[in-house]
Design a protein around this ligand. Sequence first.
Ligand code: GLA
Ligand code: CA
Length: 694
Amino acid sequence: MRNLRNIGLAAGLALSVSVSALSAYASEPTVPPAPTPFPAEGKINYVARDSILEFKALPQYHEPDWVTEKYVKTGKLPPVKDRLPKEPLVFKTGNMQDGIGVYGDTMRHVIGGRPEGWNYGAGQTQGWGGIDIGLSECLTRTAPLFQVEAKDTEPLPNLARSWDWSSDGHKLTMHLVEGAKWSDGVAFNADDVMFYWDDEVVDPNVSPLNGATQETFGVGTTLKKIDDYTVEWTFKEAFPKQYLYAMAYGTFCPGPAHILKPQHPKYSKNTYDQFKNAFPPEFMNMPVMGAWVPVEYRPDDIIVMRRNPYYWKVDEKGNQLPYLNELQYKLSTWADRDVQAVAGSADFSNLEQPENFVASLKRAAEANAPARLAFGPRLIGYNLRMNFSANGWGNPDERGQAVRELNRNEDFRKAVTMALDRKALGDSLVKGPFTAIYAGGLSSGTSFYDRDSTVYYPFDLEGAKAELAKAGLKDTDGDGFVNFPAGTAGGKNVEVVMLVNNDYTTDKSLAEGVVAQMEKLGIRVVLNGLNGTQRDASQYSGRFDWLVRRNDQELTSVVQNTEQLAPVGPKTSWNHRAPESGEVDLMPFEKDLVDIVNKFVSSEDNDQRASLMKQFQKISTEHVYNVGLTEYPGALIINKRFSNIPQGTPIFMFNWAEDSIIRERVFVAADKQAKYELFPEELPGKPGDKGPMD
Ligand code: GLA
Ligand code: CA
């Protein structure tokens, strides 16, 4: 019977069976229907980890001619060899799709976010879309691992050029790149790393943009400076190699201590708020370790970034990177990013909003199309998350508290997940073979996904209503919406406030779909639509009942941001954190999830790790830790004039494609170069000065 029903559902035959005949079985959990195969278009050329880069001195170094002529010969800059570290990071030619590049041109990005300022370490966004990725360099790097053979997968060296483990595995010594400089020429060293750790990560009054806390690196983990180019980690567990991923983009990208420290409350009279806001978007030439430096900002118009003359990476011929002189960020909308990229008035987009798939595919298929468009695996997904804190995170009022109690009730969660018609949700975004039924838990595109370990509650409205009744909810006043039991929140209608990011069409469409489907169940959901920055603030401070969230790396790669899979620390989960004072009030199944994640983090055995993630998936989906909505593949859109774009780059896996394509090695062949640079032959000026050097 079970098998028959699965086949029926998968083939859409369920429609021909009467609802009553089906309902006796329909609420029985099963595995999700097998998704329509969607072959990724670009085949990835898998490589060994050590074939990508190395650190070494080269006999000579080069830079764009105009830099030598205009800046070195006039004494404004030291010669290139003196601006580079003793042993720069060298990208190996064999791993570069089109080989050694040439200098020139710009990459024109479009984003829907807006910059709050340049203080990433204190939690400010620069507007996303890869701006911060272009400015930041982190201890390790993981984005390019999408092309590394699975058995060889370990984060790549970056600011940490190498590391060694103590024999007991509790200490990790990291050697920083020696002689590298910030974009203003000041030395980068262990003090920058320690400032980030002590005064941003560990200081409870500061939270870096992607939410790094001490627990991100393991409960009880410490870090200390050994000398200017050596730092030492101490972990409670032995050989927790997993934390090397937390040292990559997002959570360990130190800012310039020489600029930040004088503004930090520990070393100044500033408040924490003043520290956070000390570098507003108008503050130009913020020192960075990344390949480009912000030199121009016009509100709601554009941010322009120019090449960092102190960048510490080169190609095998000794050409200082980046090849591209400029990055532009037009401040528009995310939907406009797709439109402009396929039209050729911009250069890059992660095609991630299915509403734009059909039009983009059509344009990209035309013979004169300016851009390439290639789909990857089904790694873009959305889930609904319920706030599980019943002990005060986000200070809920009486109604909010009553909703939290419901969220913690498994019958209630089952009712919600069973009332979702995921086929209809997916089809409302785009028709065709793109969207698939997503039960929740890990994305089906990750290597850790196991369909047989995934518990799926098929769409069954009657069954859902029965679950709701089990949770004690009845419509006592007959208006179609269930009420809280008498004595709870005044016996009023259950009203759930759902947080949603208004910057994305897809987030809004899905949220509206959920509202309509919940109405049929008898639950009134009210949308709280905010722009990305405000939405993040509400989420981080726990001010939501439910939220719609695009899947993050913990679900698409598992090894990146692993601690976000469960409440392993007070602030690691998206939907269950500790209040200001207090602990996370874990439910029993969450305790199991936490144990599994902790075991996963400290295990080095690949078979054991795979089996732990199967257990994770089973418990997480069976108890509905998050509610899957839909998942689909995304496509990278990139203008055809660019070279060195690795084939098959997924738009999202360990990180976003802006990092995975390794922009510092991307170039435009001489005969294809366009005159798009807004500040030709200019370099960044002094920190805080307006505009480029002259
Ligand atoms: C936003 C966009 C993504 C990607 C990231 C990079 O989230 O939606 O496609 O560009 O920024 O941080
Ligand atoms: Ca009612």
